[in-house]
Write a protein that binds this ligand. Structure first.
Ligand SMILES: Nc1nc2c(ncn2[C@@H]2O[C@H](COP(=O)(O)OP(=O)(O)OP(=O)(O)O)[C@@H](O)[C@H]2O)c(=O)[nH]1
Length: 757
């Protein structure tokens, strides 16, 4: 039996440390010192500089390898001369995610200037030796493809409160095909989370997903919310610093091809030419920084969305936004120009499509709105000058005539409702519901009609009951949300057909959220489940009081799984493309011919199978008649320019593909074989005669009419034969004989010259 003693053990007190300094410190004698030296010598350990801890050793080893790798890394050749062109930062994200706001905040950070709107590329000086060009990526596939071509850095904005949307994955996929540039994620709308714990979890989940899609450790920034309608200064500062020090490696294809991101353009066609013919070919001057390598005069250039053109000339211009080191100040009043945004109205000059505007301070302008607010009250009651009234009315106009015209349209034929444009509209739900019910509505309907509930549809009567109010409206909208989803499927034929699951583990779900149609990316794989587990673990840990960092709880096993899923995703690129192509096709222009005459007739079909069929038919008919009416040729030309030649050198230029012979066909090859020195000349001659008459060999008996030069015999067609029998007999036999001998002599001469044939 073990007993437990009641008294505790008496612990010995630790002895005091002897003092090393001060008056009470023991003075070291010389002999002591000598003794210590000897003992040091004795202690000398040959392994003194070897590691004693495995962790330290590991760290040392990894550092050495890293250094070695850095040494081995081949330096990139920078062939650019002079100042490097600004790096292009493409800001991408689904609609309303905060792209413009981010650009505005970044511009404000770098230049201390407020940007009123984001239009076209915005160039800013971000450091002593660096300039950046911000571009907002358009919300359509074609725009994304263009943006992927010139982006040096892509900022992918993600609505944190909603999650990933398909736009992000589509853009990532497009980037992959264009030689992946640097990519950074930015989470916005995080202020919508009220629960801090939920916010933390969502951040983790999104970060994980982002890492899975790009690479482990890809940078993801969080913008926690809005302060005075802008992103917090601190966060923008961090993001800006990150961009400023980022290393950009030139992509090899881009480094060997010249390209320009146009930041402004001018139409320099002589006005009289435009007056004479409004649709004349225009001369355009494009301005932008040249990147890649040098551009030669006369080179063919491709303008995205326009086509291939030849360059009339290239001129070097003064840098509109020079680096601070390179800028030469002319006077004291000259300040550094830290930005250049000709299309956005930043700075003193604003360039439009066809005009240049000069910015004048408000106090210098007589009738500006600001002055009006101050002076308006003082001048109350007084009649205004006619000119002033005119100016005021112009100032009050919200939309220019161009904009009004752009928004209006004449509906000649039944049109498909444009879902995407309506989705941007808050009233979109109502409109879609009405379209589902098969009604054609005009564009300019009164809001009252839109607000009328289902029973009022068609009558156009206003909702007279004021108390029918919000609740009903809300209910109606809810219904609308449900029906609109079904309706969308109906409209698209079959939604699942049109939008196949892009990856095995990523699916697209269309839904209304925050008043607009969104394409949510849903992940079917177990990564999110892992994360859920992870979250749960995390929760437990938190409960235990352990504050494990995220990376700490991320095991290597999970790493492996992630990599596996990565691999799977890469293998599904073609599925991505299917969807992209489907969504790009509707962007093609409406075919007016089809609208007027209905479906295209079979003869004009662009279907490749049909095309093949028709081309074979054409060949047959070609045999029948040699000469074709002019229209026929055009028809062939149209076919020649069909979908089969999409990859031709230049789709925009006139190429008569129909006139090109199909040299691969055996018959055509055979027909010219005997015309060469190795062939049978006699055959060639006879065939040549046949070809000249434009008939086939089989038809010779019926229509053929030729003279065999070898034998001197003459063949005539039946009809011709009857008519000209006498003529043949009358022909001089001696002359025929003479010709034949001449020919034989020639042949003998040739044989003598080339005995080997
Ligand atoms: N609450 C909140 N609102 C935000 C945040 N970011 C942007 N917004 C708001 O979202 C709206 C859309 O912002 P924009 O910058 O115009 O978005 P966008 O992506 O440029 O929109 P489009 O150009 O139409 O695609 C603005 O009203 C912003 O104030 C955010 O983090 N939190």
């Amino acid at each position: 039996m073990a007993g437990v003693s009641g008294t505790g053990d008496v612990q010995p007190h630790r002895s005091h440390r002897s003092r090393q300094s001060g008056p009470s410190a023991k003075k070291k004698s010389k002999s002591d010192k000598r003794k210590r030296d000897i003992s040091d010598e004795k202690k000398h350990n040959p392994k003194a500089f070897a590691f004693s801890s495995s962790v330290k050793a590991k760290r040392l080893q990894s550092r050495a390898t890293e250094k070695e790798q850095r040494r081995l890394h081949i330096p990139t050749i920078d062939r650019s001369t002079g100042e490097p062109a600004p790096y292009v930062v493409v800001v991408h994200g689904p609609p309303q995610v905060g792209k413009s706001l981010l650009i505005k905040s970044l511009v404000k950070h770098y230049t201390k200037h407020n940007l009123s709107e984001v239009r076209g590329p915005i160039t800013i000086v971000s450091g002593k030796n660096r300039r950046l060009q911000f571009v907002e990526c358009p919300n359509d596939i074609n725009g994304m493809i263009d943006a992927a071509k010139f982006a040096d850095l892509a900022l992918l904005l993600i609505d944190g409160s909603y999650g990933f949307e398909m736009e992000t994955f589509e853009f990532l996929n497009i980037l992959q095909v264009h030689g992946f540039p640097k990519v950074m994620g930015v989470l916005t709308h995080l202020d919508k989370f009220k629960d801090a714990k939920k916010l933390k979890k969502t951040k983790q989940r999104l970060k994980h997903r982002f890492w899975t899609e790009i690479y482990d450790g890809a940078k993801l920034f969080y913008l926690s919310g809005l302060v005075h309608g802008k992103y917090p200064k601190r966060e923008i500062h961090n993001l800006a610093r990150f961009i400023s020090v980022m290393k950009f490696h030139p992509l090899s294809w881009r480094a060997s091809h010249p390209y320009i991101l146009v930041d402004r353009f001018e139409d320099v066609t002589p006005p009289e030419r435009v007056q004479l013919n409004n649709k004349c070919d225009r001369n355009i001057t494009l301005y932008g920084y040249l990147r890649g390598c040098n551009l030669k005069k006369g080179t063919k250039v491709h303008i995205a969305g326009v086509g291939d053109h030849s360059l009339a000339g290239v001129t070097g211009l003064a840098d509109p936004c020079p680096l601070p080191s390179a800028a030469k100040k002319k006077g004291l009043r000259d300040r550094d120009k830290l930005f250049y945004a000709p299309m956005s109205g930043l700075g003193d000059l604003l360039y439009d499509k066809d005009a240049v505007y000069i910015n004048i301070n408000d106090h210098l302008v007589q009738f500006s709105n600001v002055d009006d607010e101050n002076g308006g009250a003082a001048r109350k009651g007084k009649d205004r000058d006619v000119g002033e009234v005119l100016v005021k009315s112009l100032q009050n106009t919200k939309y220019s005539i161009d904009e009004k015209l752009e928004k209006s349209f004449i509906s000649l034929f039944g049109r498909k409702p444009n879902v995407s444009s309506k989705a941007n509209n808050l009233n979109g739900i109502d409109e879609i519901v009405e379209n589902i019910n098969g009604e054609e509505l005009g564009q300019y309907q009164s809001r009252g009609e839109n607000e009328a509930d289902g029973s009022d549809e068609g009558t156009g009567s206003e909702d007279s009951d004021g108390s029918a109010s919000l609740e009903q409206d809300h209910a109606a909208k809810k219904d609308a949300t449900l029906t609109s989803k079904e309706g969308l499927e109906e409209e698209n034929g079959n939604a699942s057909e049109l939008q196949p699951p892009l990856k095995d583990n990523v699916e697209e779900k269309i839904e209304f959220h925050d008043g607009r149609l969104r394409r949510k990316a849903i992940f079917g794989d177990d990564i999110d489940d892992d994360l859920k587990d992870l979250d749960e673990d995390d929760e437990e840990n938190e409960d235990d009081g352990d504050n494990l960092s995220f990376s700490g709880s991320y095991s290597s096993e999970e790493d492996g799984e992630d990599q596996k899923t990565d691999g799977d995703e890469m293998g599904n690129v073609s599925k991505w493309k299917e969807s992209l192509v489907e969504r790009t096709i509707p962007k093609q222009n409406t075919n007016l011919m089809r609208l007027v005459y209905g479906e295209e007739s079979a003869s004009h079909s662009t279907n490749s199978v049909d095309e093949a069929h028709h081309s074979s038919e054409d060949e047959e008919s070609e045999d029948d008649e040699f000469f074709k009416p002019k229209g026929e040729g055009n028809k062939k030309l149209r076919e020649g320019l069909g979908s089969g030649h999409v990859n031709a050198e230049d789709c925009s230029k006139f190429t008569n593909h129909a006139n090109l012979k199909k040299w691969k066909e055996v018959e055509i090859v055979e027909s010219i074989r005997d015309r060469f020195i190795t062939g049978d000349w006699s055959k060639a001659a006879s065939r040549g005669q046949v070809l000249e008459t434009g008939s086939d060999r089989d038809d010779d008996d019926v229509y053929g009419e030729f003279e065999d030069l070898e034998t001197g015999e003459q063949y005539r067609s039946q009809e011709a034969g009857d008519a000209g029998n006498d003529a043949i007999h009358k022909e001089n036999d001696s002359s025929i004989e003479e010709r034949r001998l001449k020919k034989l002599a020639l042949r003998a001469k040739f044989d003598a010259q080339y005995p080997f044939y």
